[in-house]
Design a protein around this ligand. Structure first.
Ligand SMILES: Nc1ncnc2c1ncn2[C@@H]1O[C@H](COP(=O)(O)OP(=O)(O)OP(=O)(O)O)[C@@H](O)[C@H]1O
Ligand SMILES: [Mg+2]
Length: 495
């Protein structure tokens, strides 16, 4: 639950907050002075503080300074009367998160509070790398036994002490944001702020002002001076998500701030100096964007000082059982229900799926399955069609090519009589073959495998077709057809 502390000496304002944030997800505490705020702060531990600048007794600025003596991170939003923005800018320099003008524009205020709460969560929820899912307490774990993920964890550890710019790349849903948070939390700036901005979610013409701020009157609608994220994040870490979507003019400003640590607010020519560590992420192939002149080459090299490349989930199938276990635990906690498990067929289907949406998609699938399953075990039928179909398709292909004797079942839960009891090894082989097929998309998996199997059987039986067909579980007639179809006769000395 989020905890909000409001400090304002006007009763009307406190009352307005009581009405606006009457939600079971938010615990609200209202106090009427800076002194009282300081006392409450120490036992309430809010995620966000909203405070008036002008108060009797300790002013907002004095209170902010006092807060920052022992708490360098909790976002503080200041409220100021229209026209007093200069004081508000002073407050930003003292480490305020942002300021709002009174009277409030309610939707804007709510949006700002929502953003600040997210920033607060980003800073306080620690990403853990526990290898044993069962001992993971926090819901923000980064899981992965695979070689690829172990490399990523190692790199995060190596980055910990540095202040270098980091570029995190990977397909959508592979965990780029988690990596950014983990780098921040393990860095020397962990006690300072971490702010995130999604370059793709902000209209192009507003992004520059969001990053660098603007002066009053610098463009239509710029009614007051605004501090950008770079200034807001002085001495902290700025996460620039989806940087591949940044326009070329904004890229130019970005390059400058990375190189010299200075920039100007829009509509001003006074340079502002900042000390910000940048972590950027993108799911675009930036090298290609550079080749197509959509992304500045010099900026790319400047960002690419350290690169963390996240492998797609389909290339780390080994991590799937572990991730499934982790998400099952997470949802059983979240929904306060007893734990659930998953049966082997359903897990296999998950391991064969392509996962275009990677870990996020897997998480959604498990959440949905957790909710729809009737029993304690998630079955194939609890999974979305596209995942089940993927498995069916693979089996259908087998039927088509496998000839008259091939019989395939295992399509529905618990009734797979033709499936031998010990299929684990075969399943592993199949997984390896699917991985291969994905890399070699021009090759046809079934005919290739079939041909190899027939060749092997003939070799092993020294060309004895009766024995070979029995080994393969097909009739002699089918074997003959296969020998012919694949022109095996010439290669192997058979009659
Ligand atoms: N290795 C992992 N272990 C556990 N959870 C993970 C892992 N990787 C990603 N997740 C979870 O998957 C979801 C997506 O992760 P995240 O937002 O970091 O991905 P992203 O690469 O930034 O995605 P996008 O490109 O869509 O922004 C989150 O809920 C995250 O907690
Ligand atoms: Mg992301």
């Amino acid at each position: 639950m989020d905890k909000l502390l409001v400090i304002d000496d006007e009763m009307d304002v406190r009352y307005a907050f009581r009405r606006l944030f009457d939600s079971p997800d938010i615990e609200l505490r209202l106090v009427s002075s800076g002194e009282e705020g300081m006392r409450v702060l120490k036992e309430f531990h809010p995620n966000l503080i909203i405070m008036d600048i002008r108060m009797g007794g300790m002013s907002g600025l004095q209170t902010l300074q006092a807060i920052r003596q022992f708490d360098t991170k909790t976002p503080v939003i200041l409220m100021t009367a229209y026209g007093a923005t200069q004081t508000a800018i002073e407050a930003m320099k003292l480490g305020a998160y942002d300021f709002v003008l009174k009277p409030f524009d309610v939707p804007k205020l709510q949006k700002l509070i929502f953003e600040a709460l997210k920033a607060s969560r980003d800073m306080s929820k620690i990403v853990s790398f526990e290898a044993d899912v069962a001992t993971l307490d926090d819901e923000l774990g980064m899981i992965g036994h695979s070689e690829g993920m172990q490399q990523v964890f190692k790199l995060i550890g190596q980055l910990a002490s540095s202040d270098a710019t980091v570029l995190v790349t990977g397909e959508s849903g592979t965990g780029k944001e988690l990596v950014a948070k983990a780098v921040y939390q393990n860095s020397p700036r962990a006690q300072r702020s971490f702010l995130a901005i999604n370059c793709a979610a902000i209209p192009e013409n507003l992004l520059e002002s969001e990053l660098f701020g603007h002066e009053k009157g610098s463009f239509t609608g710029a009614n007051h001076t605004r501090i950008g994220k770079f200034e807001q994040c002085h001495q902290g870490t700025l996460f620039l998500d989806e940087i591949g979507d940044m326009s070329l003019p904004t890229q130019t400003k970005m390059l400058r701030v990375l190189q010299s640590g200075t920039f100007e607010r829009l509509g001003s020519n006074k340079p502002v100096e900042v000390d910000v560590r940048v972590i950027a992420a993108t799911n675009q192939a930036l090298e290609q964007a550079v080749a197509e002149k959509r992304f500045r080459e010099d900026l790319f090299y400047r960002l690419n000082v350290v690169r963390v490349q996240l492998p797609p989930l389909r290339e780390r199938v080994d991590d799937i059982p572990l991730l499934v276990q982790y998400f099952l635990r997470k949802f059983s906690k979240l929904f306060q229900q007893s734990g659930k498990s998953i049966n082997e067929n359903a897990l296999l289907a998950l391991q064969r799926y392509e996962w275009p949406g990677n870990v996020r998609e897997l998480e959604n699938v498990i959440q949905r399955a957790f909710v729809v399953t009737k029993g304690e075990t998630i079955l194939l039928s609890d999974l979305p069609k596209e995942i089940v179909m993927r498995k069916l398709n693979a089996l259908d292909a087998g039927l088509e090519q496998g000839g008259d004797q091939a019989r395939v079942s295992m399509l529905s839960e618990g009734e797979s009589p033709e499936e031998p009891a010990n299929t684990t090894d075969i399943n592993k082989l199949a997984d390896a073959m699917f991985r291969w097929a994905r890399k070699n998309t021009d090759q046809k998996l079934i005919p290739l495998v079939e041909r190899e199997l027939v060749k092997h059987a003939l070799k092993e039986t020294q060309g004895n077709q009766v024995k070979a067909s029995s080994l393969l579980g097909i009739t002699r007639a089918t074997l003959r057809k296969r020998i012919e179809k694949f022109s095996i006769r010439q290669e192997i000395n058979v009659d």
